[in-house]
Write a protein that binds this ligand. Structure first.
Ligand code: SF4
Ligand code: SF4
Length: 211
């Protein structure tokens, strides 16, 4: 990531955009690509490319990292922190009066869930192939009124409940069950795409203020 968007706040989750992890890290500068192996698997991959690659100057990658870090430091959400969410317990967040005003303008379009790399809600559907019935899995959204439809209906009957579920899942339930890790990577996609300009940073700030 050498062109961070101004809606990005991945540093809030300890992610260093200038130095991503993986078996191989790749950086791009102009027409050139630089690769660095981080694991044995990565070393084997780069070695398998043989003469396609050539060694670069020692400071080439450092220059790219410095440039990315400089951009990251100036982003509007650079100082975002979600640690304040951990001050209150689950029920305090769940019962917060803030959900009403936060969710008031949400039109339930589901855009925030479809652009989110950590959202995973899905539906199971069936179709007749002409030779039998096949089941298939497809994307769905917890923001939709017919999501998780059961015999008695949707367990969350208002948009407030559906809105609260999405953010409680990412900011409270998921960390509670996964050693404090939030269900968000700070990519900022939901910030740039929501038609009512609602997003996870606004929710965090609203909930944190009450504690
Ligand atoms: S900022 Fe977080 S909640 Fe929003 S789209 Fe990215 S990962 Fe999902
Ligand atoms: S993108 Fe915005 S309006 Fe659409 S469901 Fe998400 S929070 Fe609601």
């Amino acid at each position: 990531c050498n062109r961070p968007e101004e809606t990005c706040f991945c540093s809030a989750f300890g992610i260093d955009a200038s130095n991503p992890s993986g078996d191989v890290t790749a950086w791009r500068m102009g027409e050139d690509y630089y690769f660095s192996a981080n694991t044995k698997k990565g070393e084997a991959l780069l070695a398998s490319l043989g003469d396609v690659l050539e060694n670069c100057a020692d400071d080439a990658v450092e220059q790219i990292k410095s440039a990315v870090k400089a951009v990251m430091a100036k982003l509007p959400l650079a100082n975002t922190s979600f640690e304040g969410m951990k001050k209150d317990d689950l029920l305090t967040h769940f019962k917060s009066e803030k959900w009403s005003s936060l969710s008031e303008a949400c039109i339930g379009c589901g855009t925030c869930t479809f652009v989110c790399p950590t959202c995973q809600c899905y539906d199971i559907r069936e179709f007749d192939t002409g030779h039998g019935v096949k089941k298939f899995r497809c994307w769905d959204s917890c923001m939709y009124s017919d999501f998780t439809q059961m015999a008695h209906g949707n367990p969350r009957t208002s948009q407030l409940e559906r809105f609260r579920q999405r953010f409680m899942h990412k900011l409270v339930y998921y960390p509670d069950n996964n050693e404090g890790i939030f269900g968000c990577v700070g990519c900022g996609r939901c910030i740039s795409k929501c038609p009512i300009s609602m997003n996870i940073v606004k929710v965090e700030k609203a909930l944190e203020v009450q504690s």
